[in-house]
Design a protein around this ligand. Structure first.
Ligand SMILES: *Cc1c(COP(=O)(O)O)cnc(C)c1O
Length: 400
């Protein structure tokens, strides 16, 4: 047995990763952000100008979309999309229960009803369960490319077409992701991204919508910008019930730098994830999220692992504690599916108390594990350390 396998850090042994080994910090920046920010600062043009336009162009190109409409958060993006598509009171939108709150709360904010469709054993909304959730009120499906893994968009498009539903991608984990060569966000009617601080490209806050639909793009631009008409319209002239969700020049300046770095980071994360996929394969009780070769460029916002307590030999909570002690910041992820949140249980319009999505509940209560993308920017040795920690815990599982 390897020397450092003998005693668990949990019980005072030497951790696989001691304090001398650090993980990449997030967010990341260098001189390019510093210079870009100073340029904006000193230019005196802080508001909705050339930087925002340039970023929108770059990001549209990056995702392979005709249009990119920037805004101030992923949440705002989702709400504005739903409004632009005329979704509101009396309408239902299918969403997964295993996601950030905004996927579902955006639906409530426009007065419509989120209906939860369980995920499959690979963390994404299960297309096979969609049919059963459709009612005459269903207007749209909003799957999440969870962790960066693109949902089976062939299946989602087929079901959307068959039932006349609008397909909206929550691509807030999927910057740079591609499905059969096409960018995330362009695979349905439109898709949206977040640039909040934890996300793979970030300006602290920020969001964007991409679409190939000209008319929808024009409406979205108007809604983000107080309902104004297109560029060139008279100054005091408001066509739509818009809001102010504009991105600042500071945000756009940072995001252009972050986007320029993304291509290389995508490769690093994918290389490191591959090392983990192979390394963890032989360890009973740990199943990494499976890739599909149709997901032709895999983005990683999270690296997700299903944990089987019976096969590994300890509880998930004990695994997390022991892994953390060895210097690996992995977590059990969301502690409950969205429909258990007080906000949903308090609504009269729909009986969320009787929702039951067994796979999402299993992920929350028993089997979900994930760690964030910045760890995947580490070295190959960092990845080998993760595999080593898993082996060490497995070999010593009786002592956990
Ligand atoms: C982050 C996130 C959002 C919301 O984005 P914000 O910019 O934080 O408002 C929506 N959906 C998912 C899946 C997210 O991870």
């Amino acid at each position: 047995m390897r020397q450092n396998s003998s005693k668990l850090a949990l019980h005072g042994g030497k951790p696989v990763r001691d304090a001398s080994k650090t993980w990449p910090e997030w967010p990341m920046h260098d001189e390019t952000e510093r210079e870009a920010l100073l340029q904006v600062l000193e230019s005196g043009k802080w508001f909705f100008g050339e930087r925002v336009k340039a970023f929108e162009k770059e990001y549209a190109a990056f995702q392979g979309a005709k249009h990119c409409i920037s805004c101030n958060s992923g949440t705002a993006a989702a709400e504005i999309i739903l409004q632009a598509l005329g979704i509101g009171k009396g309408d239902e939108v299918l969403v997964p229960p295993y996601t950030f709150i905004a996927t579902a709360s955006a639906v409530l904010r426009v007065g419509a009803t989120p209906v939860f469709v369980d995920v499959d054993d690979n963390w994404c909304m299960d297309h096979r369960r969609i049919r059963a959730a459709i009612t005459p009120r269903t207007k749209a499906i909003m799957p999440v490319h969870f962790g960066g893994l693109i949902c089976d968009m062939d299946k989602f498009n087929a079901v959307a077409e068959r039932h006349g539903l609008i397909l909206i991608e929550d691509a807030c984990h999927c910057w740079g992701g591609r499905w059969k060569g096409k960018g995330a966000g362009t695979l349905g009617r439109c898709g949206f991204f977040s640039f909040q601080a934890s996300k793979n490209i970030t300006a602290g806050e920020g969001g964007a919508i991409v679409t190939n639909d000209d008319a929808l793009a024009e409406t979205l631009r108007s809604l983000v910008n107080c309902g104004r008409g297109p560029t060139g319209s008279p100054w005091y002239h408001h066509l739509n019930v818009g809001t102010n969700a504009r991105m600042t020049e500071f945000q756009a300046a940072i995001l252009s730098c972050q986007t320029a770095r993304l291509e290389k980071q995508l490769l690093t994360r994918a290389r490191n994830a591959t090392i983990l996929n192979y390394g963890l394969r032989s360890i009973p009780g740990l199943t990494p999220q499976r890739n599909s070769n149709r997901n032709s460029r895999r983005a990683y916002h999270l690296y997700c692992i299903r944990f089987k307590a019976a096969e590994f030999g300890c509880s998930r909570e004990d695994f997390v504690r022991a892994a953390n002690a060895e210097g690996w910041p992995i977590s059990a992820g969301y502690p409950m599916p969205l429909y258990k949140q007080p906000v949903f249980l308090g609504l009269d319009a729909y009986d969320y108390g009787s929702c039951h999505c067994p796979v999402a509940e299993d992920l929350c209560y028993h089997s979900g594990l994930w760690f964030p993308h910045q760890l995947l920017l580490g070295t190959e040795q960092d990845m080998r350390d993760i595999v080593e920690i898993c082996r060490k815990l497995k070999e010593n599982v009786k002592k956990i």
